[in-house]
Design a protein around this ligand. Sequence first.
Ligand SMILES: [Zn+2]
Length: 308
Amino acid sequence: MNNGGFIMKRSIVLGIVVTLSLGAVIAQDRSKIIEVEKLEDNLFVLRGEGGGGNTAVFVTTDGVVVVDTKNPGWGQPILTQINELTSNPITTLINTHSHGDHVSGNVAFPRTVDFVAHEVTKANMDAMRPYTGRTEPPVNVFEDTNGHGLPTRTFTDRMSIGNGSDQIDLYYFGRAHTGGDAWVVFPSLRTLHAGDAFLGKRVPFLDAENGGSGVAIADTLQKAHDTIRNIDTIITGHSTQATWADLNEWAAFNREFLEMVRAGRLAGRTVDEIANSWTMPTKYAGYDSPNPAGVKRNIQVIVDELEG
Ligand SMILES: [Zn+2]
């Protein structure tokens, strides 16, 4: 109840601010309404219809750390919203991975901000290649900014930012959704932002063109689950929050899918045959109903890795 009232109030306030200050551009930006979910007094999840991935806002003692910035055009609405939540300056922006629906709002953030990502994600953002299964390249917002908004600080396996209750721990456990998925932990709040390495309870998107792996993803997820400690809440890439047990189950789901494909190939079956005969196992009944094209694409990704 409290959260509902909170979201409503914020939306109305944002609407008034946009109307008063932006005049002619409101027709374009009125649709970009940020919805705020308060997880803790100093941790918020920002969503928005058509905005893309979930954004986390962590208010520290002296600053603000933001995780992911949504689709093109969503950077300013995010900044406006943060300004309503706190007067602390934004110090750090972390991208969980390189996809355009998680990084494009970066360009609206000031140059004083540290732009942090895994080293493979920086390389992916430098290139902005098409995703697996798509022919056209994603919109590369960084071409118009001379590279402003690209990562300025990278990590390989692990990195911590800040200390005490402000500390953030970044981990990398290997290939999954892409080749550079960062696991962003807020230890004092027992909360983690998993990005699209855990996009929700559904069939994953394996972007092999950007380093994703259907063979490695289960191991990567299991390693994350077994290594990181003391987490109650997972902010997913595109869904509602998940639990630590959900991550364990999601790792098992991905392992069973891999073994299903492996067994199918050993039995001499084609990608189409494997895809056409697969249905969501009943024990994952709570998962989103799968998109057949996405299932087939994932099987092809796995077969290419196993036999390529
Ligand atoms: Zn993604």
